[in-house]
Design a protein around this ligand. Structure first.
Ligand code: PCA
Length: 210
């Protein structure tokens, strides 16, 4: 089994992004029974999703997990839904601000993650790491790559489980903010993502919603 795991480069005023650090930590590791391809995506409206889809086409993974930073979150957040909306609160790394535009003008309003999100949350909790299910990945690049990934896989009729996981800030990012925001150590995030991969290796498909 082959996974593709992606993170994002730093954006906004930050010089680090926990998702890139998790991806770097996974990149050097050997796993029993599966391989992990990794990539760090640009925080740019066009280049971000394009880079992700290039990696999907190049590696042809059996499942895709995209990671990103979500300042203020208190737990590893497994996203349930990507919405067809671009509404940037800050500029992307190319200086672009997009408001009230669809990602795909002819696409559906939203996609559900095709991961067994509840099973993954429970597995991360059982590993001793705070984890939650989230109903919104926002309307910036993280939501956009999740939407474009699910839109691409649906269009190609590829039954490749895919979704998005938001990570809290690292302690060194949170400590410099006033007031300090919630954070999680890198080791905990790596444990969470590794647990997600091991769980998906055994239970890759999302249950059908009733
Ligand atoms: N977080 C941003 C974009 C890149 C990242 O790591 C987001 O939540 O959209």
């Amino acid at each position: 089994m082959k996974f593709l795991v992606t993170g994002f480069e730093p954006f906004g005023t930050s010089t680090i992004n926990p998702s890139a650090q998790v991806v770097q930590a996974l990149a050097g590791r050997q796993f029993n029974g599966f391989v992990v391809e990794t990539a760090v995506l640009p925080v740019q409206r066009h280049l971000g999703p394009q880079t992700l889809l290039n990696h999907v086409q190049q590696h042809q993974p059996d499942a895709v997990i995209c990671l990103g930073e979500a300042g203020g979150r208190t737990a590893v957040s497994i996203e349930r839904i990507a919405v067809n909306l671009l509404d940037f609160g800050i500029a992307d790394n190319n200086g672009l601000v997009v408001q009230d535009e669809p990602i795909a003008p002819d696409g559906p309003a939203a996609y559900f993650a095709t991961l067994p999100v509840r099973t993954l949350q429970q597995a991360v909790l059982a590993a001793g790491i705070p984890a939650e299910l989230s109903l919104s990945a926002g309307a910036f690049l993280c939501n956009q790559v999740m939407y474009e990934l699910l839109h691409f896989l649906a269009g190609q009729q590829l039954a490749v489980p895919a979704g998005f996981v938001h990570l809290p800030l690292l302690p060194e990012q949170a400590a410099s903010q006033k007031p300090p925001r919630p954070s999680m150590a890198l080791e905990g995030m790596v444990t969470a993502v590794t647990t997600i991969l091991h769980t998906l290796h055994h239970v890759p498909q999302a249950p059908t919603l009733a």
